[in-house]
Every structure is written in structure tokens, then in C-alpha cells.
Design a protein around this ligand. Sequence first.
Ligand SMILES: Nc1ncnc2c1ncn2[C@@H]1O[C@H](COP(=O)(O)OP(=O)(O)OP(=O)(O)O)[C@@H](O)[C@H]1O
Ligand SMILES: [Mg+2]
Length: 277
Amino acid sequence: MSNLLTVRNLKVTDLRTQAEIIHGVSFELKKNSCLGIVGESGSGKSMTAKAILGLTNPWLCSEGTAELSDGHGVLDLLQQDESTLRSIRGQRICMILQDAMSAFDPLERIGSQMSETFIENKGICRSEAMNMVVEALQMINMPEPEQVLKKYSHQLSGGMLQRCMVATALAMKPDIIVADEPTTALDSINQRLVVEEFKLLRQEMGTALIFISHDLGVVQHLADQLLVMRCGEPVEYGEARSIFKTPQHEYTKYLIDSRLEMSKSFQKAMKRGEVSA
Ligand SMILES: Nc1ncnc2c1ncn2[C@@H]1O[C@H](COP(=O)(O)OP(=O)(O)OP(=O)(O)O)[C@@H](O)[C@H]1O
Ligand SMILES: [Mg+2]
């Protein structure tokens, strides 16, 4: 199957200092597959995702290619203007940002912000969009969705905002969801629920996923391919199953040993079948 997204030799440089932050990352994302990106804090996971989507600050310069395919041709995301990128971000690729609080406008109610995304990108009217918001919130098991959508971002917890963002991305049913630590602020029940929703969307819609996480247990459960990053460098890339089984790089071994220990409870719950597969 051809690639949905092909990233080649992505580099990001801070023009203020000329320091290179990302040193040549390459990966491929196929339809209906999940790429996990792991690595310690500051290793460049978020920067890689943001660079591909044109969401970096103006002082950052991205090089390389990030070709998005629509089945007929390809479009290099790094060469597109802001308005093209904006429509791609709305319709074909949705990003769940790591910092949920900053993703919402503090002066506008959550419901109207979520519905705005649906109105702009789905061409539906306000009342249809509001219904979609409620459905989206119900899908991720948000208690009292009608109350939540009337709230402002400062009135919700980090975990609730994160779930609002996840709900928006899921409801958009894009070709690709880029989820940057989408479950870090969630308790284990909601974490499992969100992971299951991602899996379902993938099964039903063929949505591809780039899943960035510290939690190797969750990544192991979801990812087909794995990219391990350290200090802006890709240290290992390949089939997730074989990397988890026989990591080639010392750093990957270290990450797996130290992190799997922490996420054993998640794995155990999955094995006990507390969540349907
Ligand atoms: N806006 C920015 N301008 C310049 N440098 C930045 C900016 N944001 C991040 N960096 C630098 O880029 C590097 C990678 O940061 P990034 O946020 O991608 O790490 P990360 O792997 O996502 O970490 P975490 O797991 O903590 O989220 C870090 O050295 C960071 O200092
Ligand atoms: Mg990050």
C-alpha cells in the first residue's frame, strides 16, 4: 500500500541561534496504521509533529520533505502556504496538541470553539455542529456534555480539555490524527477509553495515527511502527513489534526497561479484558 505521509530528512533550525533542533527525521505512515513516536522529554517529538503541520514559531525553519498523498498525487506540506495548510489541518490531518490549555481560546465557550471547527471544515450549520459537539463528547464518555460545552477553558481540568480535543479530532474523522501525548492528563479508565476510540476509528474509517507518548505501554498497544528519538535524532525506526522484542539501540533498551515497568497496570488491565479489543 502506498504511503499517506512520507517524511524525509526533516530538519528544524532555530534561526535566532542557528542551532539545529531536529537533525534529519524520516518516516512513513500508511493508511490505517499507527506510528508511535517515543523518546525522553526534549527529544524533539512535538517539534517533529509541529514542523510537519506548519505549526512552529516564525523563528524556526523546517527543511526536508513531508509528502501527503491523496491517492492521485502528493503535496509537500513543507512547501505550502498558510491558507493551504490551514485547510489541510482542518480536513485531512488533525492534531491533538500536548498543551490542551493553550489550544483553546480562554474567552470563548468550549462548545462554540468545537462547533466552529465543524462548521468551518464540514460545511454544516450551527445547530448541526452543536449536535455534533454533544455526540463527540458522549463518544469519549464525558459526563454532562451539555454542561461542558457551556464552559470556558479555565473552568475545566487539563484532562477534560484534553478529552475535548480528542473528541474534536475523532469527530472530524480526518485521514490522519497526530496525537501529542493525548492521554497524559487522563486517569487510567479514561486513558483506556480514548485508546479504544482511536482503535475503533482506525478500524472503521482507516484513520492513520501518529501517536506521541511517554507511555511505552500505551504505544506498544497501539503502534505498528515505532520511531525512537533522542536529542533531536532518530535513533531507531521500524516495526514496533520487533523493536519492542529486540531493540537494537542501547537507548531504546533503556527506554523499554524503564518505561514498561511503569505502565504494567495498563497492560494488565488490557489483558484482563477490562476493555474490549
Ligand atoms: N518554540 C521553540 N523555539 C525554539 N526551541 C524550541 C521550541 N520548542 C521547543 N524547542 C526545543 O526543541 C527541543 C525539542 O522540544 P520538543 O518540545 O519537541 O520535545 P518533546 O520530545 O516533545 O518533549 P516532551 O516529552 O517534554 O514533550 C528542545 O530542546 C526544546 O528546547
Ligand atoms: Mg512534547
